[in-house]
Design a protein around this ligand. Structure first.
Ligand code: NAD
Length: 244
């Protein structure tokens, strides 16, 4: 299994759960080497073979390098979790800049598409692969729009949902299922990075389950979408948002 952005948060939780369930892992990270090393160590402790590669998910050359490392170490790929993502700075639309839009789309959309292309080329039965599963980490923001703060982010995740729907149809004949999870408010450092921590206090009372989700709860859903238990599910964007 290849997990992008596995240093911390949801990606790290996916890596740890996958290791506990017997998957070997190629993990990519950007920023925070100590956290990435800690995730890798925990996965090895659980018995997984782990390759850790520093790679900016939005950099096509770095992505190709990560997949080449995967080929050398494991020689095959059965699952991709395209998790790496950024919100960009909070800003209403009129104050947002082209630079913010370009950076958020570079990582969240172009980078994710590139990872899916590399993964599908290795999994496709028509190219000698054995099929597999792809799960993209989208966001409930895609359906909500995140007006006044993160329209740039919501729009990038809308593109992810659309990509998943198209790839699910295009790759079904190659033995590849493609799905997404759409997390709501999950308790990770992404909110502090976005620079408006009070946003959590504002939103949580409006979540029907009245709490943030945990990275582990999202990881469980992702592992379900990659398991035989979901063999007839493809093209789904599954909300993991406590009812919001
Ligand atoms: P996080 O900031 O804790 O983790 C994001 C991870 O992605 C980090 O390890 C970071 O280093 C990595 N990353 C960011 N940009 C990268 C890049 N260019 N190349 C490689 N790695 C990169 O946040 P998280 O909450 O764990 O977010 C993971 C995914 O979940 C993201 O796609 C995010 O949009 C999505 N998501 C999160 C929430 C939430 O509430 N936490 C809600 C909806 C969607």
């Amino acid at each position: 299994m290849l997990v992008t952005g596995a240093g911390r948060g949801i990606g790290a939780a996916v890596a740890r759960l996958a290791a506990a369930r017997g998957h070997d892992l190629l993990l990519t990270w950007r920023g925070g080497e100590d956290a990435a090393q800690a995730t890798a160590a925990a996965c090895r402790e659980a018995g997984a073979a782990v390759e850790l590669v520093q790679a900016d998910a939005g950099d096509a050359v770095a992505t190709a390098r990560a997949f080449a490392a995967l080929d050398r170490r494991f020689g095959r790929l059965d699952a991709l979790v395209a998790n790496a993502g950024i919100t960009g700075p909070a800003s209403d639309f009129l104050a947002s800049t082209d630079e913010t839009w370009a950076e958020v789309f570079r990582v969240n959309v172009l980078g994710l598409a590139s990872a899916c292309r590399h993964a599908a080329a290795r999994m496709a039965t028509g190219r000698g692969g054995q099929g597999g599963g792809i799960v993209a980490v989208s966001s409930r923001a895609a359906q909500i729009g995140s007006a006044f703060e993160f329209v740039h982010y919501a729009a990038s995740k809308g593109a992810v949902d659309s990509l998943v729907l198209g790839l699910a149809r295009e790759l079904a004949g190659e033995g590849i299922r493609v799905n997404a999870v759409a997390p709501g408010m999950i308790d990770t450092d992404i909110h502090a990075s976005a620079g408006i921590p009070e946003r959590i206090d504002r939103i949580v009372p409006n979540i029907p389950l009245r709490r943030m989700g945990t990275p582990e709860e999202v990881a469980e859903t992702i592992l379900f979408l990659l398991s035989p238990a979901s063999a007839y599910v493809t093209g789904a964007v599954l909300p993991v948002g406590g009812g919001r």
